[in-house]
Design a protein around this ligand. Structure first.
Ligand code: HEM
Length: 528
């Protein structure tokens, strides 16, 4: 029998979809024709030539030949799990997002990843980790596409190809940075000092998490929430793991890379299988939506800056639990498509220029990675809300659309009362004023590249500082170019003289003086 349940776009759903690809008592061809033998080609006699008419051989080999899809251009290696998010309702006064109302439970799918390695790379390398959450809300899909480090390398998304080119394996020998030959990465970050803060987090124990279950997650950018009255608030999102934040030592990480390169994905899957469901509390730092979008002198649109929690405490708004492993890696973990622009009513973006590029990039790359524009129909990507999108046709179109008039208003398909932009519960962008001269330049506030790196360094315990010194010494020690090492030491001098001196000593080089006055540990009034 055929599928009997359909999504609003006419697609078979859930079990029926799976059954279409794998059901019945007999092996069949893709056309559903029962097969007697799939182990032998059709030949002219047992030792004779294979016959061109073997349609089963042709179909089987054709499909195998096309099993691979491009890996993600970044975050290629990942592991994921299903779960549920339960809202406390504490954000209901600042956002009208339905899934953040009190007591609402929303299914989620979370993919953790490394950034730079290929799909087959090791889990415990020193790198930033992705922490991407898809909320299947009653108002459509909301994606919080974050990282385990609260700041980013660059302040403007136009530099994303550049920083990734610098971090990916060397173009000549294809040797990953994490294993050897680090020159391009250190060349980039020493020349683009806005990367200093993120790089310092990478060189700290945060760069080698103990487990995905023990990582914080950060939305990084500042987002704009809108409540039922239309009032707006600026927020930064934080995930706090119930198990606490834990790291590996560098020696552990290296050993595990050899003994069990799948350590993090195994850890996540094993924990869930054993019923030890990992949990994270979602929280927000809340800032008034002032015209300058600054808070205590910190530019909220600069993704290389945090707001210290002493100045804006993280206020818990819900709890996420991951409780089910994917049943098929390719169908779910590989084909899931996150996008920073998957927003629901009550959550809007800000003018952070890094975020702007992301809003373009994710759909663009998925168009290629997932073979055409219909990837929202892949089961893992389908909203758990009715879809009526007027998008039609295209490669891999699974929906059988009804009606003749995919345009609105129309008078032929039952006179649907829908008007674009109108209606209860619709997404409405905050009608913020926009003005300005067209320029290619950064605001003056983006020029501070060292004060928060210094703040981070000063907040470290002695053993954490030791690890950071060892990490810089090891990583820079892998550079061939002396000039790159020396330039990076000049960057370290602007963070802290002890850090610079110790790393210089480890590299056998002189320690340079800072090129600018060391920043006061800011913001001093709230930090002990
Ligand atoms: C993928 C986070 C900046 C482009 C990802 C993923 C995460 C992530 C978590 C993996 C998603 C998954 O698991 O499938 C971030 C964060 C950023 C950032 C937190 C900065 C705050 C950018 C920028 C760009 C970009 C600036 C481009 C201008 C991409 C692309 C992918 C990706 C192309 C691959 C998506 C796919 O193939 O499905 N990012 N990213 N990211 N990111 Fe970002």
């Amino acid at each position: 029998t055929g599928p009997d349940t359909f999504s609003p776009t006419g697609q078979p759903t859930g079990a029926d979809q799976a059954a279409m690809a794998q059901g019945g008592a007999f092996l069949t061809s893709a056309q559903g024709v029962r097969l007697r033998d799939t182990d032998h080609s059709l030949k002219a006699g047992p030792r004779g030539p294979v016959l061109l008419q073997d349609f089963h051989l042709r179909e089987k080999i054709m499909h195998f030949d096309h099993e691979r899809i491009p890996e993600r251009v970044v975050h290629a290696r990942g592991a994921a799990a299903h779960g549920v998010f339960r809202s406390y309702g504490t954000a209901a006064n600042i956002t009208r997002a339905a899934f953040l109302a009190e007591g609402v439970e929303t299914p989620v799918f979370v993919r953790f990843s490394t950034v730079l390695g290929s799909r087959g790379s090791a889990d415990t390398v020193r790198d930033t980790r992705g922490f991407a959450t898809k909320f299947y809300t009653s108002e459509g899909v909301y994606d919080l596409v974050g990282n385990n480090i609260p700041v980013f390398f660059i302040q403007d998304g136009i530099k994303f190809p550049d920083v990734i080119h610098a971090g990916k394996p060397h173009p000549d020998r294809e040797i990953p940075q994490a294993q050897s030959a680090h020159d391009t990465f250190w060349d980039f970050v020493s020349l683009h000092t806005e990367a200093t803060h993120h790089t310092l987090w990478n060189m700290s124990d945060r760069g080698i998490p103990r487990s995905y279950r023990m990582m914080e997650g950060f939305g990084v950018h500042t987002f704009r929430l809108v409540n039922a009255e239309g009032a707006t608030t600026l927020v930064k999102f934080h995930w706090k793991p119930k198990l606490g934040v834990h790291s590996l030592t560098w020696e552990e990480a290296q050993m595990i890379s050899g003994v069990d390169p799948d350590y993090h994905r195994r850890d996540l899957a094993d924990a869930i299988e054993a019923g030890a469901y990992p949990q994270w509390e979602l929280g927000v730092q809340v800032f008034p939506d002032t015209p300058d979008q600054m808070f205590e002198g910190i530019d909220l649109l600069d993704p290389t800056k945090i707001v210290p929690e002493e100045l804006a405490p993280v206020q818990p708004i819900g709890l996420m639990e991951l409780n089910r492993n994917p049943s098929n890696y390719f169908a779910e973990t590989e084909q899931v498509a996150f996008h920073a622009g998957h927003l629901v009513p009550g959550i809007d973006v800000t003018d952070d220029p890094l975020l702007a590029a992301r809003l373009f990039s994710y759909l663009d790359t998925q168009l290629t990675r997932l073979g055409g524009p219909n990837f929202p129909q892949i089961p893992i990507n389908r909203p758990h809300a009715p879809v009526n999108d007027m998008l039609r046709d295209g490669f891999h179109q699974d929906a059988v659309h009804r009606g003749v008039a995919p345009y609105k208003p129309n008078s032929l398909d039952g006179g649907c009362p829908f008007h674009a932009g109108a209606g209860e519960g619709a997404y409405v962008e905050v009608p913020a004023e926009v003005a300005g001269r067209k320029v290619r330049e950064a605001p003056a506030s983006y020029a501070d590249h060292f004060s928060q790196a210094r703040l981070f360094w000063l907040s470290m315990s002695p053993v954490e500082r030791e690890h950071i010194i060892d990490a810089y010494t090891f990583e820079l020690g892998k550079c061939y170019e002396q000039a790159v090492k020396e330039r990076q030491l000049r960057v370290l001098a602007n963070i802290d003289p002890v850090l610079c001196r110790e790393v210089a000593q480890g590299l056998g080089l002189p320690a340079p003086e800072p090129s600018e006055p060391l920043a006061e540990p800011m913001p001093s009034r709230a930090l002990s």
